[in-house]
Design a protein around this ligand. Structure first.
Ligand code: MG
Length: 159
């Protein structure tokens, strides 16, 4: 069985707001994520990991922020489109692991919902995708609660 691994990274800045979307799940908070789309850094990092593993480009190439269609776009929809593209290239994502680095919000209470949502978008079982939260120990821009960062890894198998 031919397998590949892809890695994805994303970061978004916080602004005052009424909550944010991570992994397709709305999380109540005193901040929101600034972005051309819905700012869902979890979906973006995961999309890049899957595209990277298949070697078919990256999220910026596929969904350029210069295209009005991508404005406030649902990032789960972008993830699904990337999964389809990867499938036509002969690959399917079989497993993924995601780490969200942030001082807030707390990820744990929303983990199950995120795993459910992301797994459905990719076409795997929730048990095949993990989402973890990690603080930055109050260091740097993440520690100063200026925004958050996400790292994702995806395993792909040849179809
Ligand atoms: Mg992004």
């Amino acid at each position: 069985m031919k397998t590949r691994v892809g890695i994805g990274y994303d970061s978004h800045r916080f602004a005052a707001g009424d909550g944010l979307v991570l992994g397709g799940v709305h999380i109540p908070a005193a901040v929101t994520l600034v972005g051309h789309s819905d700012g869902d850094a979890v979906a973006h990092a995961l999309t890049d990991a899957i595209l990277g593993g298949a070697g078919v480009g990256d999220i910026g190439e596929l969904f350029p922020d210069t295209d009005a269609v991508n404005r406030n776009r649902d990032s789960i929809e972008m993830l699904q489109l990337a999964v389809e593209l990867v499938r036509t290239a002969g690959w399917r994502c079989v497993q993924a692991d995601v780490t969200v680095i942030c001082e807030l919000p707390k990820i744990g209470p929303h983990r199950a919902a995120m795993r459910e949502r992301l797994a459905r978008a990719i076409g795997i079982a929730p048990s095949d995708i993990m989402v973890k939260g990690k603080t930055n120990e109050k260091l740097g821009w993440i520690g100063n609660v200026e925004g958050l960062a996400v790292i994702a890894v995806a395993t792909l198998e040849a179809i």
